[in-house]
Design a protein around this ligand. Sequence first.
Ligand SMILES: Nc1ncnc2c1ncn2[C@@H]1O[C@H](COP(=O)(O)OP(=O)(O)OP(=O)(O)O)[C@@H](O)[C@H]1O
Ligand SMILES: [Zn+2]
Length: 739
Amino acid sequence: MILGVAIDTPLRRIFDYRVSAGQPSPPHGGRVWVPFGRRRVVGIVIEYREHTEVPAGKLRDIHACIDTEPVFDPQLLKLLLWSAEYYRHPVGEVLAAALPAALRAGAPLREELRVWRLTEAGRRQAMTQLSARATRLRSIVEYLAHRDAAPASDILQAAGASMEALHRLAARGFVEWQQPVAETASSGTVHPGPSLNDAQQAAVEHIAACLGGFSALLLQGVTGSGKTEVYMQAIAAVLARTGQALVLVPEIALTPQLVSRFRERFDLPMAVLHSGLSDGERLAAWRQAQLGQVHIVIGTRSAVFAPLPRLGLIVMDEEHDPSFKQQDGFRYSARDLAILRAQRLDIPIVLGSATPSLESLLHARRQPETLLRLPRRAAGAKPPRLSLVDLRNQPQTQGLATATVQAIDRHLRDGGQVMLFLNRRGYAPVMFCPGCGWTAQCRRCDAHLTVHGRGTQLACHHCGNRQVVAELCPLCSTMLKPVGQGTERIEETLGLMFPGVALARIDRDSIRRKGELEAVLTRINDNEVRLLVGTQMLTKGHDFPNVTLVVVLNADQGLFSTDYRASERLAQTIVQVAGRAGRAQRPGEVLIQTEYPDHPLLTKLLTGGYEAFAEGALQERERSGWPPFARIALLRAEAPTPAAAMQFLHAARDAAQAGGLLACAQDTNQSALRGLRLLGPAPAPMERRAGRFRAQLLLQAPSHGPVQKFLAGWLPILETLPASRQVRWSIDVDAQELF
Ligand SMILES: Nc1ncnc2c1ncn2[C@@H]1O[C@H](COP(=O)(O)OP(=O)(O)OP(=O)(O)O)[C@@H](O)[C@H]1O
Ligand SMILES: [Zn+2]
């Protein structure tokens, strides 16, 4: 029999192997060891066939089956295969992305419960009685002499021996195995939560009524409206039906509060999957989920592929968050795949946000029965009051307008906490020469170097390149000056302005090690820290009851971006940061510093909130034919020279023309490709990055049908283009960022 095997390589194909007649045939979705070139690798069986095109002389046998049962259940495997097709990504890499590293390396699917140890006789006599030539047997004994007991795989790996050796030792009475007491899956308890307000109650009831069938529900609740409470009570309803729940969140490291709230409420086995886990921890969590031993899985993007045999509800918190889209390699959208998974399992998914993506808002507009709203803050807190600080007619000190400084002072004196948000870490964005206008540029990127360490270091935020600062301009020897502000400098300025007030900075430079964020969050919640400055790390779902003033230091960075999603992102960030103010008894105030107080994005947000902004943004997207009213895909290329990247993209475009793909698109009778357009190629907005030149070609179509149809014909051609060998290229289906 022939097996079609998916292997973790960038090649967009599956590989054929033979299972000889006597061998057991591996299960569909199970792993096998196969020869691959001169290596031996783990592959996953995804097809059985009678015939193959591979000539008999080249067809190789699999080495061994690893699993006796599939690693993916059939539904999950189907979803993964579909994703590989949809995102046009090599299937082997897609399947690998869904498995813990240890399973990719061939670790057993099930934890070995049976452990082996030396018997009393083995401990005393084995070494003297075993022949000196029985080196493997002796290594096993040596290995076990240092420990109580160990699973067979550890022993055999350490001793380089086979199972047979272990059995021979057992036959001589030197070793024995033992079954540890199996842990029974505990059912646990769910502690009662606070009594819900009417809107929360209605939302929970609606979700509970949807259990057992598919629906994609949008939980649109203003910041602090108690969405987490709704998730938890809806999950309690799923658990009561013995189902499992999957909770997807943007970044767990940034929201330890959410996990601890779940742990307090649900006193039952739960797995938390995130990038900070060791391989062993990840494998353990994965196995427990797969066996149905955990009731809840909380995880980031890739947890959308977590194995959950009794999955009954998916919750995606902050569904608008860009981190749900993988930006390199297998560029999937966890949001879209989560919806698809729910649909295929016939279960509901709840997408929650105070600032939903335009995709979700459009869906809710078309199917109003799927919209659940929490219009008010929970527990009676009032919405924060937003106002603009016009930077054009105010004196400033290091980016802080006088009115802002006065407001900070007032809130501190009233006993509140103040949070300042700036989306730029480091000391200053530019090192500048007042003498000749020279600025410090990255050697490898089209970008300024950011000043760090109070002006002593320069770093590129795009390629990681670091340099020590020269004090004098290399051209005219004038003393250099850091210009503009980053979080570090704001921290320094605040320290000078408010001496004696405890201050904390939260960004990727200040929070590096595990536990550091928790420590700061505790100090904030204990009211020990009064002034907080940080990047978007501060915006993510934190619940700080004492914060009464939030300052957005520079709203202008996103106002004039060319990216079609930039304004949506900016509006979401502003509303999310603003939402950290006044979450408890004391009312909150939000100041947004800008040089463009008349910009429609800001005026809309101020007068009508996120919904008014979104309404306008949807109209604009519809007019200009961008998602969610259209589908896009981006062909990116990068090369050591700008010409090579562009040449490839031109060749790609020409190939589409020559292959008749574009003609079909223009021919209205060929409905399969109707309305599809290619725009570009054009250099990326930041063309040079880490020494490579980047360019892109954009595909736009009214729906995803034509995009898929076109890509299916186009990609095989691209792979054979001679120009493709000069570049690194990739395709990004439903691209979110155009660079
Ligand atoms: N029914 C309720 N009764 C009392 N307090 C509540 C209730 N629901 C939520 N809260 C409290 O209100 C605060 C805000 O709730 P929560 O953090 O769930 O809001 P959220 O909508 O997830 O906020 P955000 O989107 O801004 O992160 C929390 O301190 C929570 O404990
Ligand atoms: Zn750089």
